[in-house]
Design a protein around this ligand. Structure first.
Ligand code: ATP
Length: 365
C-alpha cells in the first residue's frame, strides 16, 4: 500500500549539509499499522513528510496504492492535496477560530471537485461519531480537552476516507494515563476503518503496543524492521536492544555453536552462558549477548533445580511497586534481574542465577 524505495533527503542548513534520510526502504501492506521508531533527529519525521508531500526528497521513489507520488529520477511529484492520505500531527493543527464541525469539514471544503453540502454534513457527522465527539459539533475547537482535540484531529484525518493515514507523534501532548488509553483506541479505530497507518514515534511503548511492524531508525537509516515481539526478543544490535527497554549486555566468545535442540555455549564475564539455535553464532566468534532483566531468574539455594545453577551475590535491590530490580554479581560482572516483589531476596546473600538459552539474544553490532 505504501512503498518507499531508496529514499534520500539532504538538507542544506546553517550547520552545513545534513543527510537526514540515507536510503530508506519501506513496504507497508494494506491494512497494516507500521511504526517508525527512533531517537530525536534520526530522520523519521522527514521520512513521513516526504510521504505526505511536505518535503521534497533528494532521491528515491514513493508509491501510495498504485500511484507513484514521487520519483526523483523522473522529476515527478504529486502535491499533498492530491495524495490519498489523512494526517494527524503532534500539534493537532486545529483551527482555533472554527467550530468542531467546521474543523472536520475543512478538508472536504478544500477538495476539488467540490463535495456537496449534504454529503459534507453526513461525512463529518459519521467521522465525529467514530471518534466519540458526536454532539460537540457547534463547540469552538479550543474549548475541547487535550484528549478531545486529539480525537478531533483524528476525525479530520479520516473524513476524507483516504486509504492511508499518517501520524506524527500524535499522543505526545496527552498526559500519561490518557496517552495509554488513546493508544489502543486509536489502533482499534484505524483497524476498524481498514486504513493503512504509518506512525512516527520516539516512544518504545507506543511502538510495541500499537504496531503490526516496527522499523527502528538511526542516523537516517532503518537498522531493524520486525514485529514488536521479534524486535523486543531478538534485537540485532546493542542500539536497538537498549533503545527498546532495559537490557544486560556481556561480551564473549562462542565455545560451541548451537546444533538443533542442543544449545550452544558462550564464555562471558558472567561465566558460561547457553544459547539456542535461533541465535546464529559460529564456534570461535566474538559476540555481544543481550538478556532482558525479566528473563534473569533468581533461584534460592535448596529449591528445585537450583543445584547446578551458577551462584551469584545480591548486591542491591530497588523496589519498583510491581517488581523489584536486583543487581547481582555473577562471575566477574554484574547484571540486573527483575523479579516479583513477593520473592524473598536479601542483599549480600548468595543466589542461583538462571538464564534460559531462548532468552539470550546475540547481537551483530
Ligand atoms: P524528532 O523526533 O526530534 O522530530 P526525527 O527523527 O523526526 O526527530 P527529523 O525531524 O526527520 O528527525 O530530522 C532529521 C535530521 O534532519 C535532524 O538532524 C534535523 O536537524 C535535520 N532537519 C530536519 N528538517 C530540516 C530542515 N528543514 N533543514 C535542515 N535540517 C533539517
Amino acid at each position: 500500500m505504501i512503498g518507499i524505495h531508496d529514499l534520500r533527503v539532504r538538507f542544506d542548513s546553517d550547520k552545513g549539509l545534513v543527510d537526514a534520510v540515507q536510503g530508506v526502504n519501506i513496504d507497508v501492506k494494506p491494512g497494516e499499522f507500521y511504526t517508525l521508531l527512533g531517537p530525536s533527529g534520526c530522520g523519521k519525521t522527514t521520512t513521513l513528510r516526504c510521504l505526505a508531500g511536505l518535503e521534497t526528497p533528494t532521491g528515491g521513489r514513493i508509491t501510495i496504492g498504485d500511484t507513484v507520488v514521487h520519483d526523483t529520477k523522473r522529476g515527478l511529484t504529486i502535491p499533498t492535496h492530491k495524495r490519498d492520505i489523512g494526517m494527524v500531527f503532534q500539534s493537532y493543527a486545529i483551527w482555533p477560530h472554527l467550530t468542531v464541525f467546521e474543523n472536520v469539514a475543512f478538508p472536504l471544503r478544500e477538495a476539488r471537485p467540490k463535495v456537496p453540502e449534504a454529503q459534507i454534513e453526513a461525512r463529518v457527522g459519521k467521522a465525529l461519531e467514530l471518534v466519540q465527539l458526536g454532539g460537540y459539533e457547534s463547540r469552538p475547537a479550543p474549548f475541547l480537552s487535550g484528549g478531545q482535540q486529539q480525537r478531533l484531529a483524528l476525525a479530520r484525518a479520516i473524513v476524507r476516507e483516504a486509504s492511508v493515514v499518517l501520524f506524527d507523534e500524535p499522543l505526545s501532548n496527552l498526559d500519561a494515563k490518557l496517552r495509554a488509553e488513546t493508544r489502543l483506541e486509536l489502533r482499534h479505530l484505524v483497524k476498524r476503518l481498514g486504513m493503512t497507518a504509518l506512525y512516527v514515534t520516539h516512544d518504545q511503548t507506543e511502538a510495541l503496543t500499537m504496531a503490526d511492524r516496527v522499523a527502528v531508525m538511526r542516523d537516517g537509516r532503518i537498522v531493524q524492521e520486525a514485529t514488536p515481539t521479534e524486535i523486543y526478543k531478538r534485537p540485532n544490535s546493542r542500539f536497538v536492544a537498549s533503545f527498546i527497554g532495559q537490557c544486560n549486555f556481556a561480551d564473549g566468545t562462542v565455545t560451541a555453536a548451537a546444533r538443533g535442540a542442543e544449545p550452544g555455549l558462550i564464555d562471558t564475564a558472567w561465566g558460561p552462558v547457553r544459547f539456542d539455535a535461533a541465535a546464529d553464532a559460529a564456534t570461535g566468534a566474538k559476540v555481544t549477548i543481550a538478556v532482558r532483566p525479566e528473563n534473569v531468574r533468581l533461584v534460592a539455594n535448596g529449591t528445585d533445580g537450583a543445584a547446578d545453577v551458577p551462584q551469584g551475590e545480591v548486591i542491591d535491590t530497588v523496589f519498583l511497586g510491581e517488581s523489584v530490580e536486583c543487581r547481582v554479581r555473577l562471575g566477574n560482572s554484574d547484571l540486573v534481574a527483575r523479579i516479583h516483589p513477593d520473592q524473598p531476596v536479601e542483599e549480600g546473600k548468595a543466589i542461583g542465577v538462571m538464564i534460559r538459552p531462548k532468552d539470550v539474544a546475540i547481537l551483530s553490532t
